[in-house]
Design a protein around this ligand. Structure first.
Ligand SMILES: Nc1ncnc2c1ncn2[C@@H]1O[C@H](COP(=O)(O)OP(=O)(O)OP(=O)(O)O)[C@@H](O)[C@H]1O
Ligand SMILES: [Mg+2]
Length: 347
């Protein structure tokens, strides 16, 4: 089953002022014609710079905000008519998180379970399991106010799954965490996926999307500008670069043999290698290597490189994510507008 399907999803925020030029309401088109498809069991990454419309999209899909136009189903329920059923089936961890500072992590988990209708015994039982599973035993009984950023994110995540949702929304779950904490957090997310929870997360980190996500889409200025698996997106940008290391005496002959082969987009030589830009290394290499061997040319080494997701992002949005943008997002308060305010309501 598809866990999220949207068609033409739009959100326009009305503004109080008028556009000086046209005299019309100068609203913000935060989300424009977004078509998404998230399959059951995947970790789906929603990427884009500050203000791209990620949080707005997530708040619509979690029923916290009404779309201006479009259609959507979430966990098979219609977004407009079955919001109550959607809320039972999803968990949402907002950009700011929602743990109560003056209670312990454990108490926050139990309270969250109680809010979702679990009995005291059920809530304690589930909280105990989460503490073990998320490796929170060292700090779960201390008040949240004393926690590190990574520990807080674990509590937020735990609160999001107390009621065993089928689909979990995480808005920038790892922003501001150091690389070690991020890697630990990824492990927990992967564990949840193994248990059958579909995960929809936003991120600014391209490496995170690459390593963690099965599928992703890149959003910019409210529109989806690219979608697919990390591999597909990378291939879409420029194919593979294949470098074949050779004895310098054979370089010219090898270049002659490989030039114009099917799937080879361009070729250049160095002193001791031939570099090919190919549509797909996996199909070109098995044809190219026998050609050289049959001509008696020894191959010293073969290297294949994929473009990075940074390159994909740069190509589809026309610019790179700057460190400043990533820092701004980490600051929390400056991260878009309306991003967290209502999010704590039922994280
Ligand atoms: N309540 C609101 N009223 C007016 N404009 C809004 C409102 N909420 C969001 N916006 C605008 O909509 C656009 C998208 O914002 P959104 O918070 O969805 O971006 P985002 O992709 O989550 O960004 P970030 O990475 O900074 O969190 C921005 O231009 C933002 O200023
Ligand atoms: Mg946001």
């Amino acid at each position: 089953m598809d866990m999220i399907v949207t068609q033409g999803l739009c959100k326009t925020f009305k503004s109080k002022g008028k556009d000086k030029g046209t005299g019309k309401d100068a609203g913000v088109e935060a989300v424009r014609d977004v078509d998404l498809r998230v399959r059951e069991g995947e970790i789906y990454g929603f990427l884009g710079p500050n203000g791209a419309g990620k949080t707005t999209t997530m708040r619509m899909l979690t029923t916290l905000m009404a779309p201006t136009r479009g259609t959507a189903t979430v966990v098979g329920h219609d977004l407009f008519r079955e919001s109550r059923r959607i809320r039972q089936d999803i968990g949402y961890v907002s950009q700011k998180g929602g743990a109560y500072e003056y209670a312990s992590g454990y108490e926050n988990l139990v309270l969250q379970g109680r809010l979702y209708g679990l009995t005291r015994a059920e809530a304690r039982d589930k909280a105990d399991r989460i503490v073990l599973q998320f490796d929170m035993a060292d700090y779960a009984r201390r008040i949240v106010q004393t926690y590190s950023g990574g520990q807080r994110r674990h509590v937020d995540l735990g609160m999001g799954v107390m009621h065993d949702p089928k689909l979990l929304f995480l808005d920038e779950p790892t922003t501001g965490l150091d690389p070690h904490s991020r890697a630990r957090f990824w492990d927990v997310i992967r564990t949840l996926r193994r248990e059958g929870i579909t995960i929809f997360l936003t991120t600014h980190y391209l490496d995170e999307a690459d390593q963690l996500c099965d599928a992703l889409c890149i959003m910019d200025h409210g529109r989806v500008v690219a979608a697919g698996s990390p591999e597909e997106l990378k291939r879409e940008v420029s194919g593979d670069v294949v470098e074949i290391g050779l004895d310098p005496a054979n370089v010219a002959q090898a270049a002659g043999l490989l030039e114009g082969m099917g799937g080879v987009c361009s070729l250049e030589t160095t002193e001791n290698s031939v570099k090919l830009l190919v549509e797909s290394g996996e199909t070109v290499l098995p044809a190219a290597l026998p050609r050289l061997v049959q001509a008696g040319i020894a191959v010293a080494r073969v290297e294949m490189k994929r473009p990075t997701l940074d390159e994909v992002f740069q190509k589809v949005t026309g610019r790179a994510l700057t460190e400043a943008e990533i820092e701004a997002a980490a600051g929390g308060g400056g991260a878009g507008s309306g991003a967290g305010s209502g999010g704590g309501g039922w994280t």
